[in-house]
Design a protein around this ligand. Sequence first.
Ligand code: CA
Length: 225
Amino acid sequence: MRILVVEDEVELADAVQRGLQREGYAVDVAYGGDEGLDKISYTSYDLICLDLNLPGTDGREIARQVRDGLGFGDEPPRILMLTARDSLDDRVAGLDDGADDYLVKPFQFAELAARVRALLRRDAGRSGAILTVGGLELDAARHRATRHGRPLDLTAKEFALLRYLMLHSGQVLAAERLLEHVWDEHADPFTNTVRVTVSNLRRKLGSAQPIETVVGSGYRLGEAG
Ligand code: CA
């Protein structure tokens, strides 16, 4: 899952980025509102951690533009508003502007991580904390994945790829879409990094692994297997 952090407090932005990367997300950062809008307009993010008070375009304006369809991609990004303010008016206004949830600063990283997981699950129309597809089970909070009860020893990128495939099981996902949602802005689009990671993941899933190649279109995680 690809996340954008828009936050002008550099230390906080970098800490949130590192924390979310450890959780297995691909994370980009924008240190101002205009840079944030720019990134949103050319990348299909799954979620935006959006500071309310920003230099340039502020968080409420960005939320409004996203709600009005800024950016491209398969699904609009979820918005988690970060705010130093805790007045009811600000929270209500932020939610009215299109934020899906909000978090009042200062916050513990564990709470931000839990809200991010909840919003991304909501996006996929699932409510449980543990994803299950066929014989696969993935617990994002504990970074654990199993197949038929057997633990899988996955790298962070393989884990992130498997999670994205499970959240979209049954759908054909183009390599470009996987690159956009599982890798961050430093990924080189001209390498075969998606193919290599899919191949490594398949090997670790073992016999009768459930990731199909759909020739000319992409990959699909089947319900069987
Ligand atoms: Ca700020």
